[in-house]
Design a binder for this molecule. Structure first.
Ligand SMILES: *Cc1c(COP(=O)(O)O)cnc(C)c1O
Length: 241
């Protein structure tokens, strides 16, 4: 395989990128009346080779996100995960749940009761309780996964009766927008939903994580209330499939 960069160049790019991103997160957090410590930075590691993922972990990354079950399972043994947690962030098929439950800390993209039931069922077999986020299709886009905004509460009410899955918050990917003010409307709508649900103080849910913002829009997401950002290409460079 052709290497575009030497490993050393890759490492120094990751170091540089992380320091720029951390500074940007700090500025955006302050805009929303918070500090950098209030915002969790996830490194999205899909398609990234373990050597670079491990370097990011050495640079202080303690949360990574993978979006495919198979890819994560094939890389897992090469990763230094002693001080780093893993979330599955991609759409999860019900038939893959069994392979991955117990191996990641959280599923960020639960968008149906069928999927939630399977996660609960497989978790129960292992004697664990699995954390999840509800993925909201905030732009009501047909091409996207996630539950419709209007159906979020109904899904939450169904999930809280399941014994071995626990809701920790919300996740969303907004539509591609032509300008920042349109983009922020989606992020703000998510933040209001998050705050409204939290205010209900429902038993067995813990509205603590609002996961939104990727390489192209994490500053806006944080300024609008996100407390977990999922950043891939701005850390590791463009993905090569
Ligand atoms: C790939 C991916 C990201 C990161 O995307 P970048 O634009 O590379 O930062 C974030 N969230 C999800 C769900 C993804 O699949």
């Amino acid at each position: 395989m052709m290497e575009r960069f030497s490993v050393e160049e890759g490492f120094s790019n990751i170091e540089h990128n992380l320091s720029v991103i951390r500074e940007n997160i700090k500025i955006a957090a302050e805009k929303s009346g918070r500090t950098a410590e209030d915002i969790k930075l996830m490194a999205v590691t899909k398609t990234v080779e373990p050597v670079f993922i491990n370097h990011a972990i050495e640079c202080g990354i303690d949360l990574i996100g993978e979006n495919k079950v198979q890819e994560f399972l094939s890389k897992e043994e090469f990763l230094n995960l002693d001080n780093c947690k893993v979330h599955l962030i991609g759409h999860l098929q019900t038939n893959k749940v069994k392979q991955i439950v117990g191996k990641v800390e959280m599923f960020q993209s639960v968008d149906s009761i069928r999927l939630a039931r399977e996660i609960s069922k497989q978790s129960e077999k292992l004697g664990i309780c699995t954390d999840c986020l509800i993925e909201v299709n905030i732009g009501e886009e047909e091409s996207k996964t996630g539950i419709a905004y209007d159906e979020v509460m109904r899904l939450i009410e169904e999930i809280i009766s399941l014994p071995s899955i626990k809701i920790q918050g919300l996740m969303s990917i907004p539509p591609i927008c032509e300008n920042v003010s349109d983009l922020c409307k989606y992020f703000e709508k998510m933040n209001r939903l998050f705050i409204d649900i939290k205010a209900k103080n429902i038993d067995n849910i813990n509205m603590s994580v609002l996961s939104m913002g990727m390489s192209g829009d994490y500053k806006e997401a944080v300024a609008c209330g996100a407390n977990l950002v999922r950043i891939g290409s701005s850390i590791f460079g463009p993905r090569m499939y």
